[in-house]
Design a protein around this ligand. Structure first.
Ligand code: TXA
Ligand code: MG
Length: 318
């Protein structure tokens, strides 16, 4: 079924219309501080199945469930002391915790893609939380792009990718952080970093008092089904660590350079670079170039998330 997609300001009227659409089992898009999400009622199997269909997402790749506060999150996920401490320190915010599902929860099984865990997050975005309150149910929401493509950081990216698939796009302007949440698996023993993101790994390590293990993707670890292979891909090839570029290539700059077609941050500021990353990739992808040459970004703070996205954008499609 297709819809005439309506873009609404993130105001009470639009929020109520979006919440009503959710209650009818429909899909809507909403802004968060990281990227725009494609939301559905996480307790409604058919609505969750629609997310997978619309995105073209493999069914083995589970979804993040969004809630307005820790109290509601505790009704679907089991928080031990470590999880509760991290939640209290970093929520609302760009941290997703993978935790055991509460037994007997009404959450759709599809959300977890067969795993005994659920990924939960409370966004640090007033409009997003107003929508979550109005919906009154947990909201499953991956990034609002087609699977494997560039994530959306403005409402227009969503309408370009998902026109006629969602009923409403709530337009809250550009996303402040611009890269997805950090995903931390606390479901079994030592914490494992599944995805670097908007909360720097260094901040988590400081809170935990130790360095974080990362997922060993070589052994095809079933705990991180979404972490392997190409993703965030423009339609033209992207190469990394560029110092020079060909006339037919666009140069995605970082730091002071006169040659950049677009610069993530001339000042070399990683927050600014993260906020610009996906919008610049979208823009260069729509330009008249045959490839993108990306300059290197330091592997620290938000730079880890930026490099993760660039590396996966650079994997050749199979
Ligand atoms: O910032 C974000 O996290 C955005 C906004 C909308 O909240 N959402 C987002 O969702 O990035 P998505 O679906 O694009 O990425 C979710 C990642 C995937 O890599 C998925 O594999 C992982 O989280 N994930 C979800 N549930 C999981 C689980 N139970 N166990 C392990 N990984 C999980
Ligand atoms: Mg995504």
């Amino acid at each position: 079924m297709t819809y005439v997609t309506q873009t609404c300001a993130l105001e009470p009227e639009g929020i109520i219309a979006a919440a009503n659409a959710i209650k009818e089992g429909k899909l809507i898009a909403f802004p968060t501080e990281t990227v725009y999400g494609l939301g559905a009622d996480a307790t409604n199997d058919l609505a969750v199945a629609k997310i997978f269909d619309v995105k073209g997402r493999p069914r083995f790749n589970p979804l993040i469930v969004h809630l307005p506060d820790l109290e509601s999150a505790s009704t679907i996920a089991i928080f031990d002391k470590k999880a509760e401490n991290l939640a209290r320190e970093f929520w609302p915010g760009a941290l997703t915790l993978v935790l055991p599902r509460v037994v007997g929860t009404t959450l759709s099984l599809l959300v977890s893609a067969g795993l005994p865990t659920v990924a939960v997050r409370i966004p640090a975005h007033d409009g997003a939380r107003a929508f979550l309150h109005a919906a009154g149910c947990p909201i499953a929401a991956p990034s609002a792009n087609r699977s494997g493509h560039i994530s959306p950081t403005i409402a227009q990216h969503v309408s370009e990718a998902l026109d006629n698939e969602v009923v409403i796009i709530l337009d809250g302007g550009p996303c402040e952080i611009g890269v997805e949440s950090t995903v931390l698996d606390l479901s079994d023993g030592d914490p494992i970093l599944l995805r670097p993101g908007g909360i720097p790994v260094e901040a988590l390590e400081q809170a935990l008092g130790h360095t974080l293990a990362t997922l060993n993707v070589e052994i095809n670890n079933p705990r991180g089904p979404g972490m392997v292979g190409p993703h965030y891909q423009p339609s033209i090839p992207l190469r990394l660590d560029a110092t020079t570029f060909r006339p037919d290539e666009a140069l995605l700059g970082f730091g002071p350079t006169e040659n950049a077609t677009l610069n993530l941050s001339e000042k070399g500021n990683l927050q600014e670079a993260a906020a610009n990353l996906f919008a610049h990739l979208h823009a260069l992808d729509q330009g008249d170039f045959s490839a993108i040459a990306a300059m290197s970004v330091p592997e620290q703070g938000l730079g880890r998330a930026i490099n993760d996205r660039l590396r996966r954008a650079a994997v050749p499609e199979v």
